[in-house]
Ligand binder design. Structure first.
Ligand SMILES: Nc1ncnc2c1ncn2[C@@H]1O[C@H](COP(=O)(O)OP(=O)(O)OP(=O)(O)O)[C@@H](O)[C@H]1O
Ligand SMILES: [Mg+2]
Length: 364
């Protein structure tokens, strides 16, 4: 077990700057997720930690050791890849024992570690099988087992659940989480799936375009996204976002691009926007569950019309027109209004977000 400390990490591939000035400290025993869209640099970051890729600049420390120039085998980390390459001609037992045998661990010790890991992963009954006789989920557990037997200081997992069907994915999610708790080993887990990140992690590090944009607990990331990108990326259905500016007539309100009223600003929010340099280029954000639909016209709220209603069993989702855009609103399942109805929307002001459109950063 060890902490991982990344300082000013940069990675170039010829002309591509895959990672820029990344700073991140992962605590000893922590479960940290790297979350971001395809191509944002998650795998590259993981491969730099593992030593499979040499960084262009910056330092990586594992525990007290500066590992910049150490080979992967000397770093005491175990990586599990998205495409878990098991040796097809070896049994499950031999696949799991393989990394220990190459390290010349004594036979009795190998046997003990393989059986202990197999027990943890519920694959003890599969030890004599070959990989082709296993389901995808079972193969995934063998790949995890092969990492566990090494008893590394750090686990690095790169989208390990991608190849599993949705039901198995959620079951394996719970298992990986439980395993990490049991072993207490530092884990860096890569995914582009925000549900995985929110449900598994102690902290999430969100990346976009090679840049680390925010590090925080799942609730911090969800409730206080630091950038407009994160606001739209984390949360299903996503946060409603609308280009706005501070009202030009001196009112404490946000107007859309056509100058129509969108949101009345309470005094503290008004002050923060007035103090920010780009208050003519803003993005207003509100999550679907933070909007209330009032069935009747109401002079204080925003008039709107229902375009689509979707019943989801536990909740009902409405598509409503706001400005020239569509907003999604989530209500209790029992709340039912017909399509075409004219309604009023109220935004929960404690849950409203405003971003600077020039920098993409949150103002509140
Ligand atoms: N070996 C390489 N040579 C050149 N460019 C690369 C190489 N590996 C990665 N890149 C580029 O670096 C950037 C980051 O890639 P990376 O694989 O880290 O993304 P990712 O976040 O893991 O994406 P995904 O979710 O698709 O796996 C991309 O623009 C990619 O094209
Ligand atoms: Mg990747």
């Amino acid at each position: 077990m060890a902490e991982v400390r990344i300082e000013h990490l940069e990675k170039r591939f010829d002309d591509t700057l895959a990672i820029r000035d990344l700073n991140l400290a992962i605590a000893d025993g922590e479960f940290l997720t790297l979350l971001g869209p395809s191509g944002c640099g998650k795998t590259t970051t993981l491969r730099c930690i593992a030593g499979l890729e040499r960084q262009s600049a910056g330092d990586i420390r594992i525990g007290r050791r500066l590992v910049n120039s150490l080979a992967p085998g000397e770093r005491d980390v175990a990586m599990v890849f998205q495409f878990y390459a098991l040796y097809p001609h070896l049994t499950v037992y031999d696949n799991m024992a393989f990394p220990l045998k190459t390290r010349k661990v004594a036979r009795g010790e190998v046997d003990e570690r393989v059986r202990r890991a197999a027990g943890l992963l519920n694959i003890a009954h599969l030890l004599d099988r070959k990989p082709r006789a296993l389901s995808g989920g079972e193969q995934q557990r063998v790949a995890l087992g092969r990492a566990i037997v090494r008893e590394p200081q750090v686990f690095l997992l790169d989208e390990p659940l991608t190849n599993l069907d949705p039901r198995l994915r959620s079951a394996t999610r719970v298992e990986i989480k439980r395993l990490q708790r049991t072993l207490g080993t530092t884990m860096v887990y890569v995914t582009h799936d925000q549900t995985e990140a929110l449900s598994m992690s102690q902290r999430i590090a969100v990346m976009n375009g090679g840049e680390l944009q925010q590090v925080g607990s799942p609730l911090e990331i969800y409730n206080r996204p630091a950038t407009v990108f994160i606001a739209g990326f984390v949360g299903r259905p996503p946060m409603n976002l609308l280009d706005c500016s501070l009202a030009e007539d001196g009112q404490a309100a946000l107007h859309d691009r056509l100058g129509r009223h969108v949101y009345s600003l309470p005094p503290p929010q008004h002050h923060r926007i007035a103090a920010s340099p780009n208050h003519d280029r803003l993005v207003f954000g509100i999550r679907p569950e933070d909007i209330t639909i009032l069935p009747e016209p109401d002079s204080t709220g925003l008039p709107s019309r229902i375009l689509v209603r979707e019943q989801h069993g536990d909740v009902t989702l409405y598509d409503v027109v706001v400005s020239e855009k569509m907003f999604r609103v989530q209500t209790a399942a029992a709340f039912r209004l017909p399509v075409g109805e004219t309604v009023t929307l109220e935004f929960n002001e404690l849950k409203a977000h405003v971003f600077d459109r020039t920098t993409g950063r949150a103002i509140f």
